[in-house]
Ligand binder design. Sequence first.
Ligand SMILES: C[S@@+](CC[C@H](N)C(=O)[O-])C[C@H]1O[C@@H](n2cnc3c(N)ncnc32)[C@H](O)[C@@H]1O
Length: 228
Amino acid sequence: MPFGSGGPQTALPCIFFFGGREPTLAAIRSAILTIAVSEANARLKEEVRAFWQAHPCGTKFADAEPGTRRFYELVEKHRYDGEWHIPAAAGFADTRGSLVLEIGCGLGTDGAQFAKAGAEYTGVDLTEAAIELARRRFELFNLPGHFQTADAERLEFADETFDVVYSHGVLHHTPDPETAVSEIHRVLKRGGRIRLPGFTRGKRPGPSSRPSVKCGSRLTFSTSVGCR
Ligand SMILES: C[S@@+](CC[C@H](N)C(=O)[O-])C[C@H]1O[C@@H](n2cnc3c(N)ncnc32)[C@H](O)[C@@H]1O
């Protein structure tokens, strides 16, 4: 029995789906798998979104009312005291005049450092909670920046828009990181830079030591820096 012989109503979408050709069993299996994976990813992404919407990242480190000056100061102190490698890995200082996109900007703590360094900064996050708190931070500290809720896997920017794309602690939360990386590549200008700092478990090195790039669980400094 030919595929789609259940009448025109079922045959038509199938013909469109398989490009007008009669599909092989392998093609049908692969299509069903693709649909199942994308539905599972959509459910997982909703769980990720709901979690970060209810617990904006980093708020638990500040014993002050969210949205107040004191709150942002405590969040920032906690961040760079603990994750001392971030300023060097993110390269805030060398972004003056660059168009910087941050994916998963959270409370806008790193975003503020880009803006202070003179970058033209855009922060996106999956949740409204993060975007509201990051925007509030920029207003309170009188910093320029653009914000929007967005999904790393489907960015609404044109190809080759940004000089630098930065993301910290985000891509392992999204259900399809490969698609997110393709999107980063797409929106990055030719010759642009990708900065994806990792986490650290090591102690801050002394003043004479240089950051070392090591892989594995005893990470002392980790950064992925790429060029397009
Ligand atoms: C661990 S927090 C990191 C926040 C910030 N980058 C930092 O280092 O403090 C993860 C953030 O990624 C955001 N996020 C998760 N999946 C995302 C996606 N697909 N697109 C955009 N943002 C996402 C979450 O809403 C959350 O704000």
